[in-house]
Design a protein around this ligand. Structure first.
Ligand code: G1P
Length: 297
C-alpha cells in the first residue's frame, strides 16, 4: 500500500509585482476571483484530494493570509445577531481545524525550489503535494484529486502537465517525454523555462505536484538554476534515472494563469459566468461591450 498524500505545501512568498499597486498591501493570493480569494480555490482543491495538513511558505507582508484562515469572532457574532446564517455558512470554508495549518517564512526569495525546501521539517518522510495558487484549474473533478488517483498507480513524482504554444515554453518547466500513455506520460528529462528552440516538447508543467521525500533531499544540495533561482523542476529532474519514476499527468479541466492580468480576468469572467446569481447580468454586459467593440472596428 502506498502512503496516502495528506500534506500539501502552498508556496505563497512571492511579491506579486505583476499586480502592483494592488499587491503593495494585499497579498496576491488574497485577490479575489468573484468573491473568493485565490488561495481559497487552492485549499478547496487540496481538501477534495484528501489533504489534511496545509503548509504555507510565506514572506513578510502576508499577514492577511493568516487572518483569512482564522476565526473572526466579532464578525461571526454580528452575523449571528442579525440572523445571517447563510453568510455564517459561507465563512465555514475559510476555517481550518486546529493544528491543520502551518506557516513557514522563506526569508529570502531564492526560488520555488527553495520555498518548498523550507517546509522539509514538516514533511519528513512522506509523499506530499505542492499547489501553486496562481494556477487556478476549473474542473469537474478537481485536478489534485485526479492526480492523487493516478499517483496511486504510478507512485514516484508526478507533475501536472498541459500542452502550451511553442513560443510559451520559456514561461514553464517543460517535459522531455519518454513514453506517452495519454493522461500519464513517463518523463526522461525536465527543463526549466527553455527557449522555444531548446524546449524538448511543448508539454509544460502546471502548478500541481505530488512528490516524494527524495525531492527534498535533492533540494538540500541544489544549486541555483534558471533565473539564478533554486528550481523545483531541477530537483525533480534529478530523480530521473533513479528508482523513483517521474511522470507528467495531463489533467482534465481548464487552467487559468492567475499570475498574469489577462489570465486573472479570464478566470474572473469564467467563474462569474458559472454562477447562476451572476450569469445573466454579466452576459448582458459582455454582449453590450462586445457589440460596441465590433461597431468601433
Ligand atoms: C513555476 C515553475 C514552472 C511551472 C510554473 C507553472 O514557475 O517553476 O516549472 O511550469 O510554475 O505555473 P513560475 O510561474 O513560478 O515562474
Amino acid at each position: 500500500m502506498r502512503k496516502k498524500v495528506t500534506k500539501a505545501i502552498f508556496p505563497v512568498a512571492g511579491l506579486g509585482t505583476r499586480f502592483l499597486p494592488a499587491t503593495k498591501s494585499v497579498p496576491k493570493e488574497i485577490m479575489t476571483l468573484v468573491d473568493r480569494p485565490l488561495v481559497q480555490y487552492a485549499i478547496d482543491e487540496a481538501r477534495a484530494a484528501g489533504i489534511k495538513e496545509f503548509i504555507f511558505v510565506t514572506s513578510r507582508g502576508k499577514g492577511a493570509l493568516e487572518d483569512y484562515f482564522d476565526h473572526s469572532p466579532v464578525l461571526e457574532q454580528e452575523l449571528r445577531k442579525k440572523g445571517k446564517n447563510e453568510l455564517l455558512e459561507v465563512l465555514k470554508d475559510t476555517y481550518m481545524d486546529s493544528g491543520a495549518i502551518a506557516y513557514i517564512r522563506q526569508h529570502r526569495a531564492m526560488g520555488l525550489g527553495h520555498a518548498v525546501w523550507c517546509a522539509h521539517r514538516l514533511i519528513a518522510n512522506e509523499p506530499f503535494a505542492v499547489v501553486l495558487p496562481d494556477d487556478v484549474i476549473a474542473a469537474e473533478k478537481p485536478c489534485l484529486q485526479q492526480m492523487v488517483e493516478a499517483y496511486e498507480e504510478t507512485g514516484g513524482n508526478m507533475v501536472a502537465a498541459m500542452e502550451v504554444a511553442p513560443e510559451q515554453t520559456s514561461s514553464y518547466g517543460v517535459l522531455d517525454v519518454a513514453e506517452d500513455h495519454g493522461s500519464v506520460v513517463s518523463v526522461k528529462g525536465m527543463v526549466e523555462k527553455p527557449k522555444a528552440s531548446e524546449a524538448p516538447s511543448n508539454l509544460a508543467v502546471i502548478g500541481r505536484y505530488i512528490l516524494g521525500p527524495s525531492v527534498l533531499r535533492n533540494l538540500r544540495q541544489m544549486k541555483s538554476g534558471a533565473g539564478g533561482e533554486i528550481q523545483l523542476t531541477d530537483a525533480i529532474a534529478q530523480d530521473i534515472g533513479s528508482d523513483v519514476p517521474v511522470s507528467g499527468f495531463r489533467f482534465q479541466g481548464e487552467r487559468f494563469d492567475c499570475g498574469s492580468k489577462a489570465g486573472f480576468l479570464q478566470a474572473t469572467v469564467s467563474f462569474a459566468l458559472s454562477r447562476p446569481d451572476l450569469r445573466d447580468d454579466l452576459m448582458a454586459h459582455l454582449n453590450k461591450v462586445t457589440q460596441i467593440d465590433k461597431a468601433a472596428e
